[in-house]
Design a protein around this ligand. Structure first.
Ligand code: NIG
Ligand code: FE
Length: 425
């Protein structure tokens, strides 16, 4: 009998979330591949086999056994859109919005993203690491084992590179694996107010090349992202930035259709972006484009919720068109300070009308594909990294159904237990 590092057995439901390295597209979304009384064998941080408890324990023995004890086991959540790292908070803007100010009005008056930029520029890498570690710890405790994180609060070359270095440093000191995105075109910084074209020129001729040099030095391929929005970067400016990024070796993401449908989603598909994110005001023609291309639609329902808006991603239309849908938190200090993919699932079930099974796939497999890591994470298939959650519930449908409390009991990252909630609260 083969001896492995770990056998996790007696799960009421082992949700494999099958599909190799591809997203579950369109109305095929929601295949959990449930194995009842399930078990899996882990060796060297990877899953080597899944099956029933009887099947696995008759083929393998292990140095460590974990008894699932009738609990549901799922892949670690992948959060494919966050804005870590940042400094400070914007609690006062939350109050202003409750009093009636809009997000874009606050931004136009010099607050919003620019307020976080001022705080982030002042902080050292050490201060940024210290401020963002507790956020990552909460993400992990709520089941996120991998996440995308962005720059975009530097908005000059030096501060943008400082954010990249912070992401690298955070990757070294805690278990949540971070995939970095370069977002110098997140806003027009105050020193370029009224000169958007000049800032776009700087992004293209100075900042993107600096990020490309950073990629070369670190052996990492970055995503490049742009906030394509009315009053921020228009479609033409977005195209110029993204086309330059492609020529410099970046992969693409795009903030599109958050407040206005400018055609960003269609552009993202045309340029072969890995994902197009937000997608609230997405025009029907752009939805059809999602069905025909490989760009993943990343919905961030925490953001309209965080802003007190009532319009969400037209998820059903995207699925009917055959698009691939993923979920993310958008965790950021302005629109949505939420570290919990469980909360996002709860919102998606209600406002996107996803079933818990669809939301779970969108938060794992499809989310992994949205950061180009579908071959490694997001499912419990043999060969994948052993990023596993044991939920303190017997049935996956408690995800979405219950909200505001943490249903994750145990978090396993690369085969190691990194969180163990000792008592049921
Ligand atoms: O995705 N839309 C642009 N960026 C963020 C908000 C960032 C901020 O307000 O600090 C978002 O919602
Ligand atoms: Fe965002």
């Amino acid at each position: 009998m083969e001896t492995v590092d770990l056998i996790l057995h007696s799960a009421s439901q082992l949700c494999v979330v099958p599909g190799g390295d591809m997203p579950q597209r369109g109305t095929a979304l929601g295949d959990l591949g449930i194995i009842e009384d399930g078990a899996l064998a882990v060796h060297n941080g990877r899953i080597i086999a899944t099956g029933t408890t009887g099947e696995i324990t008759s083929q393998y023995t292990a140095t460590r056994f974990i008894n699932g004890n009738g609990r549901c086991v799922i892949p670690g959540f992948v959060d494919p859109h966050t804005h870590l790292p940042w400094a400070g908070d914007r609690a006062e803007e939350f109050e202003q919005r409750i009093a009636g100010a809009t997000y874009m009005e606050i931004m136009a008056a010099g607050g919003g993203i620019m307020s976080t930029v001022r705080r982030t520029r002042q902080a050292t890498i050490e201060e940024l690491v210290a401020a963002n570690l507790p956020r990552l710890r909460r993400m992990l405790a709520y089941g996120t084992t991998s996440a995308e994180t962005k720059t975009g609060y530097g908005l000059n070359t030096e501060a943008e590179l400082k954010q990249l270095e912070t992401i690298m440093a955070l990757n070294q000191v805690q278990p949540v694996e971070l995939t970095p995105t370069f977002l110098p075109a997140h806003a027009v910084p105050a020193e370029y107010a009224g000169q958007t074209e000049a800032y776009v020129e700087k992004v293209i001729t100075e900042m993107l090349p600096a990020g490309a040099a950073w990629m070369k030095k670190n052996g990492i391929t970055l995503f490049c992202d742009v906030f394509c929005e009315e009053g921020v970067f228009d479609l033409h400016q977005t195209r110029r930035i993204l086309e330059t990024a492609v020529s410099l070796g970046y992969r693409l993401k795009l903030h599109a259709d958050e407040f206005a449908g400018l055609g960003g989603t269609k552009l993202a598909v045309e340029l072969g972006a890995v994902s197009a994110d937000h997608l609230v005001k997405t025009p029907d023609t752009d939805i059809l484009a999602l069905g025909e291309g490989n760009t993943i639609a990343v919905s961030l329902p925490g953001t309209p919720f965080g802003l007190g808006h009532h319009e969400y991603t037209p998820a059903q239309k995207i699925l009917t068109a055959g698009g691939a849908l993923a979920l993310a938190t958008d965790c950021n200090p302005g629109t949505c300070w939420c570290e919990s993919m469980q909360m996002v699932i709860a919102l998606a079930c209600r406002y996107l009308r996803l079933t818990p099974a669809q939301a779970l796939v969108a938060a794992t497999r499809n989310a992994a594909c949205a950061i180009g890591r579908g071959h490694e994470i997001g499912s419990l298939e043999p060969g994948k990294q052993a990023d596993i959650l044991i939920l303190d519930v017997p049935d996956y449908r408690h995800l979405g159904y219950r909200f505001g409390t943490n249903l994750v009991k145990t978090v396993i990252k690369k085969g190691h237990v990194v969180i163990e909630q000792s008592e049921t609260l």
